[in-house]
Ligand binder design. Structure first.
Ligand SMILES: [Zn+2]
Ligand SMILES: [Zn+2]
Length: 187
């Protein structure tokens, strides 16, 4: 019998998403175990929308999601579940077994994904390009916060405008030299 990876000793029970996608549900924490073959079968009956990255930010706005940080074990094959971020600004992860490709969704995670129309794109989150993209976005937003704090809002806005203008300007090296010269009007 498959047990809840979060509650450990609660047995999962057959339920479904959307009345057509079988999942194994935990009646204690409300999480759901989604098996790879069931999901693949269900996906064939869907018409996936276009995958837009902006939608991931939406996914964390709608439903409160509470997840634990504890390591958890695949209810089917006993491998450790790996946590995957789904977007740089999304505050929850999906837990996935890289052995049988099953996915654990904490309570409301499916609803959040569905609200952002991402529930039929779950497999995207586990690809390398997707994860790398999140990594670079996360780094970029950390720098953004750091500069904002260092410069203050209005100076940061201004310096970004100047930077953009310089970058696009073919004469930028001379302009920068002029800018940095203590007295550009003397030899
Ligand atoms: Zn549970
Ligand atoms: Zn597994």
């Amino acid at each position: 019998m498959a047990k809840c990876p979060a509650c450990k000793n609660v047995v999962l029970e057959l339920s479904n998403f959307e009345n057509s996608l079988p999942v194994m549900n935990c009646n204690s924490c409300g999480g759901s175990w989604l098996r790879a073959n069931e999901y693949a079968r269900w996906l064939k009956s869907q018409n996936p929308g276009s995958f837009e990255e902006d939608k991931t930010t939406e996914a964390s706005k709608r439903f409160p999601v509470a997840e634990s940080n504890k390591a958890s074990i695949c209810p089917d094959c006993g491998h450790l579940l790996r946590k995957y971020k789904i977007g740089a600004k999304v505050d929850f992860h999906l837990d996935r077994c890289n052995n049988c490709n099953g996915v654990w969704l904490d309570k409301n995670e499916w609803e959040s994904l569905k609200a952002a129309d991402l529930h039929d794109e779950i497999n995207q989150f586990f690809t390398n390009p997707w994860q790398q993209n999140i990594q670079s976005k996360t780094t970029a937003s950390k720098f953004d916060e750091m500069y904002l704090e260092r410069f203050g809002y209005s100076d940061y806005q201004k310096i970004q405008e100047i930077r953009k203008w310089l970058q696009e300007n073919p004469n930028r090296n001379n302009l920068i030299a002029f800018l940095l010269d203590k007295d550009p009007f003397s030899t």
